[in-house]
Design a protein. Sequence first.
Length: 343
Amino acid sequence: MSGKNWHAALLGAAMALAGLGAPAQAADKVVWNFSLWGPPRAATAAADFFAKTVEEKTGGNFTMKLHYGEAVSPSKENLDSIKIGSVEIAMICTAYHPGKNPAMTGLDLPFLPFADLDVQQRVHETYYKHPAVVDEMKRWNAVAVFSNLLPQSEFIGVGTPPKTLEDWKGKRVRAIGGIGEAMRVLGAVPTSVPAPEVYTSLERGMVNAASLPFTYNHIAMRLHEISKWYTVNMAPGSSNCPTVVSITALNALPAEYRKILEDAYPAGYALLKNAYKEVDVTNLALLEKMGLESIRYSDEQVTAFRENAAQPIWDKWVADMKTKGVPGEELLKLIFDTAKGGA
């Protein structure tokens, strides 16, 4: 099934799940600008679904204009754009601008206990409601309403493949947030590069490898076209990339429209999870067909990596948060308790 066809099928299923029926009665005309980046892909499937849902259920009275490719705001400035009112809704990645949202970066830490996307969803939704996170987002006139549930990251790269974890020493890698800190433990040199700039960085040799959600973003960003190898089981972590909404815009939204949007979130999550599964089947076959080398580390190596890297990075984050007035220890505990079903 082609990418276009699977997206259409999943979107149709999600719309059925959302129960699209008669349009809402409110006659207010509302237009929201939705800032995204890169091309349409699995991670933006929910954004596309929300736009179609609100337009259809309000008879065209509430519309979202999806702006891809940083058309209305650079990826690192989406929070700024929300604050000044140039966009009403945006996807952000908190590791792109940790200084703007330190409390949120707890979800960017490596080796968090996310057994699957269901657990990740539960943790993210709970975390977004913590007072420290809510207050932090308020400073940008924003509220996090939906997690785009980015899958675990893996590396794709050029040059000599790192057959062992020791081979990462000295390699320049695109690895944001806590994943970058984990790679320092292996002797790699991490750099924070926004997703739209990764292709150029890899092509020009500015980095030897790039960490992105596997497999959808490797292919969506066309990195497979210039790469020689990829990893399959490092699973160092994932990036926290929520959809945030302007508080001003949300408060001004007619109650009927707000309910339509909020009622669409469960179907949006189901759509995302299915989208990631579908693209993996297609993308893994493509990577094999193109002859890229698949690198799998032994369980012993991966376990040792986690044991050496995880706790020191978590402890450092907690200490850093304390200097910023953020309850890091409490937030980290919230992650683990919620993952276990205890919160």
